[in-house]
Design a protein around this ligand. Structure first.
Ligand SMILES: [Zn+2]
Length: 195
């Protein structure tokens, strides 16, 4: 089922998400809803709080970058196959030079800004079978995972901008919070009167 994507300004996007057990109710349905919702919105990643639940799950599918002819062939091949679910993830190291990439977010439509992040990460997580995995990632795969990981920590990419950039996009962010935005996918905006 395609679910609405939670918009900037909604408190659930600011929660530090909690770990889950394999007995979490309707987990496989929850995960398949995440895939459908992400694909419907043409995203490369989606975190559970973006569909309204503050648990430590995110999904990543970098295959759209396989079409990017500015990337090296090796990286395109790698990104074309990189499709994973990360449960209870923990980034255990982030190293290397910071590099810049123009990021966007399904919860913050029409805002794209350059964000600096370290190049290489090590991440420990559980896969869909609750088997422990460790991955070393770099470049764009690391980038998307870092962005999604931030979501389960209650952090958004706009938090990482300079104070000048933050001032410049303030109005746009306010408009998104108020629902004054059009998207090709369904969103849910914060309504303080609704529980
Ligand atoms: Zn995002």
């Amino acid at each position: 089922m395609i679910l609405p994507i939670i918009a900037y300004g909604t408190p659930v996007l600011r929660k530090v998400c909690v770990e889950i057990e394999s007995t979490y109710p309707n987990l496989s349905e929850f995960i398949s809803n995440m895939w459908e919702t992400m694909e419907n919105a043409n995203g490369v990643g989606l975190a559970a709080p973006q569909i309204g639940t503050a648990i430590r799950i995110f999904i990543v599918d970098t295959s759209p970058f396989a079409e990017d002819d500015e990337l090296e062939d090796d990286e395109r091949t790698y990104l074309g196959d990189f499709r994973k679910i990360f449960i209870n993830a923990k980034i255990t190291s982030e190293t290397g030079e910071e590099w810049v990439f123009n990021e966007g977010c399904l919860s913050i439509p029409d805002v794209r800004e350059d964000v600096f992040r370290k190049k290489t990460i090590t991440i420990e997580f559980l896969d869909e079978n609750f088997e422990k995995q460790t991955l070393n990632l770099e470049g764009l795969a690391a980038r998307v995972v870092q962005h999604e990981y931030d979501h389960i920590e209650g952090i958004l990419f706009t938090d990482k901008l300079s104070s000048l950039k933050k001032r410049l996009i303030k109005k746009k962010l306010e408009n998104i919070s108020k629902g004054k935005i059009d998207t090709d996918y369904r969103m849910r905006f914060y309504n303080p009167k609704r529980k």
